[in-house]
Design a protein around this ligand. Sequence first.
Ligand code: ADP
Ligand code: MG
Length: 232
Amino acid sequence: MFIEVTGLKKGYTTGEVRTEVLKGVDLQLEKGEIGVILGPSGSGKSTLVNIIGGVDRSDGGSVMVDGTTVTSLKDVELTEYRRENIGFVFQFYNLVPNLTVGENIEVCANISTAPLDVDQVLASVGLLDKKDRFPRELSGGEQQRVSIARAIVKNPKLLLCDEPTGAVDFETSRSILALLQRINTDFGTTILMITHNTAISGMANTVFRLRSGAVVERVRNKETLPAERIEW
Ligand code: ADP
Ligand code: MG
């Protein structure tokens, strides 16, 4: 199993109030697959993905990714794990505004030991002609494609997407999803994606439904997921 999350727990203390966000999450994904996490706002989706990606720590349980027990890594090892293995795509792109498109991608290529070619990656997201533009000169959908290029230029084993179509219109979101699907096919990248967009679940190998900090439903293959059951 490429991703194996077992009994994962995480809570936050704010003042006197303790909130348990993840209450024993189990999730599995095979190498090369696309997994989708559905769930209402506040159900712990980002927390879960951040722990898998090594940007946050759990309170209990374990995460294994490609044979590495992420939850046992020391801080310096966790940074290394994240840098070498994980690509992140966020809702609001998070591009560096004063760097060009090409420079935004180069910065990430330079922190990897085995990066892909910047021009090749830009071509694969259809934006080679925008290489010398600045993020503000691009549409939202184009900026998101740049952020996908930036995530994959490291040639990560795992691409984590936190609501990648949350800030774009319906048509653009379809093209972003098609692009992610093509990246999965062309580069063999395993993808774990959070979304509210129910159209996405059709491209997933497994859909995980998170509610109140636990996976309450796990569905393999689109055929078994009736459309009315994936609305929130
Ligand atoms: P989702 O992505 O499903 O909307 P999150 O994982 O972002 O959910 O958050 C789950 C819950 O944890 C929310 O109630 C949120 O307010 C809380 N939370 C997230 N991060 C923190 C934090 N750093 N400190 C305190 N509470 C947090
Ligand atoms: Mg979130």
